[in-house]
Ligand binder design. Structure first.
Ligand SMILES: Cc1ncc(COP(=O)(O)O)c(C=O)c1O
Length: 488
């Protein structure tokens, strides 16, 4: 087959046989091809036509150390030839043990026990199940509910999807797992819009019930510039929800250090400290969902370290192996683990491929690179430059807000910058799906235009990015966003 035939065959087979994730298959026809990525090296990826793109999203918030690292391929090959597979169901293998021990040296507090899964959604699922059993074992069997934030994404298994706070992603699969409750997130850009129903419960039959929550500590005139007051209010919404549901029914609160969906909401100062106090007061477990935020994304091995709080459990995935092999984990504190150590108790939960030998070997080699190349320090030293470069875009009318931390940023697009008016669903559809996603890609930048909340462009490059890459991102974004403004 020559190159043209190769390309045509890939497209035909892809369109006829591959079921892509979160994809509208109806858009692929003779005139619209599937973008097929064939190679990666450092900060760049190449498609099957040979065109190069800057990877502004590290694949999917994953490839921390960059593409094309032979060292990681070699670690995988070495482990596969020694012991390709063995489960960690009552047996163990050295790499799973070594990695669990190593992870426990990076975690905050006494989070010393590592339960491996294959993906982030499974880790979230695991945390919820562990929380439920923990309370059954400690004499509080009715503590089963999970609280999380509006627009937050926590994965697709039924439990994790229930915890997810994006109604549009859930509708097709209801009824989901009862009962989860969703509270406001920490979107400071739109802080003053918070009013009315703040808490939503999802019941087994898919009904949503909303109740007014007290506007604790919320100034009548809004929060103005007072980020800390907003943080107190947002944290207090969690307490309101716990009290409304009944503290004896709530098992866990799931929060990302920086919430991704909606476009990178960092925590206001003091937010997590207050949430910690609230969780302690009501004996509710705090789960830090660090599927994106761990392993350097925020310049620390864990986001909870960066923001100075100690959760009861951490869920992590993606950057643990930089995606060279699938692996994720739920990490529990000694206190959570303690009742599982007694007598004949066991956590009847697991995955065939959780803690896979090849993936754990790759994770060890990946962590070697993160440490040897001081990637956490690199992110901390360069995050200001990344932010500063992206903030240049604020001179465009369409750019309402630039927010994030570390190498993790969201750029919110608005219809009217003065009033912060956002786009209608139809406009957002036209702007994001009809124009931006393709235009950015055509201009050589792979990133994500997302409208799970208000329309945002998400950037989360490999942690090896430097000023030249920040500039390249800014320049491509600038020219495409100027074009987008012309369409409005
Ligand atoms: C915060 C968070 N939790 C959970 C998940 C689900 O992870 P996975 O896709 O590996 O199941 C994601 C995925 O992006 C995530 O961002």
């Amino acid at each position: 087959m020559d190159q043209r035939e190769d390309y045509d065959h890939l497209q035909k087979a892809g369109k006829e046989h591959l079921w892509m994730h979160f994809s509208r298959h109806g858009v692929y026809d003779d005139a619209h091809d599937i973008p097929v990525i064939v190679k990666g090296d450092g900060m760049y990826i190449w498609d099957s036509r040979g065109k190069r793109y800057l990877d502004g999203l590290a694949g999917l918030f994953v490839v921390q150390v960059g593409h094309g690292r032979h060292e990681l391929a070699e670690a995988a090959a070495k482990q596969a030839s020694e012991l390709a597979f063995f489960p960690i169901w009552t047996f163990a293998h050295p790499m799973a043990i070594a990695l669990a021990e190593r992870i426990s040296t990076y975690t905050p507090g006494d989070l010393n026990r590592v339960f491996f899964t294959t993906g982030g959604g499974e880790a979230v699922e695991t945390a919820w199940k562990a929380a439920k059993q923990y309370f059954k074992l400690t004499g509080k069997p009715n503590k089963t509910k999970a609280i999380s934030r509006q627009i937050a994404y926590h994965g697709t298994p039924h439990g994790a999807l229930s915890i997810t706070g994006i109604p549009a992603l859930k509708e097709a699969f209801e009824p989901l797992v009862p009962t989860t409750v969703h509270v406001p997130n920490t979107n400071f850009y739109r802080a003053d819009e918070h009013a009315g129903p703040a808490v939503t419960s999802w019941f087994a039959d898919g009904r949503a019930s909303s109740g007014e929550t007290a506007e604790t500590d919320r100034p009548a005139a809004g929060f103005g510039d007072d980020l800390e007051a907003f943080g107190r209010w947002a944290a207090d919404q969690i307490e309101e929800a716990i009290i409304a549901e009944g503290p004896d029914t709530v098992a866990a609160v799931f929060l990302e250090p920086v919430q991704n969906a909606g476009g990178c909401f960092p925590p206001p100062p003091g937010y997590f400290q207050r949430v910690r106090e609230i969780c302690d007061r009501h004996d509710v477990l705090l789960v830090s969902d660090e599927v994106i935020c761990a392993f350097g994304r925020l310049g620390d091995m864990f986001g909870s370290n960066r923001y100075g709080y100690v959760p009861d459990m951490i869920t992590c995935a993606k950057g643990l192996t930089s995606g060279y092999s699938p692996l994720a984990a739920m990490i529990a504190s000694d206190r959570v683990m303690e009742p599982f150590l007694q007598g004949s108790t066991s956590f009847a939960h697991g995955y065939t491929f959780g803690g896979h030998p090849v993936s754990t070997a790759v994770a060890m080699a990946n962590l070697d690179i993160i440490e040897r190349e001081k990637l956490n320090e690199h992110v901390r030293d360069n995050e200001g430059a990344f932010r500063g470069t992206l903030e240049k875009l604020l001179d465009l009318d369409i750019v309402g807000d630039v927010r994030g931390d570390g190498f993790f940023y969201g750029i919110e697009l608005v219809k009217d910058k003065a009033t912060k008016e956002t786009f209608s669903d139809a406009e957002s559809e036209k702007l994001l799906r009809g124009f931006l996603s393709k235009a950015l890609f055509d201009h050589g930048l792979y990133c994500r235009a997302d409208d799970r909340g208000d329309p945002v462009i998400q950037l989360s490059p490999p942690l090896i990015a430097d000023q030249s890459h920040f500039d390249e991102m800014e320049q491509i974004l600038r020219s495409v966003l100027i074009e987008a403004q012309g369409l409005l």
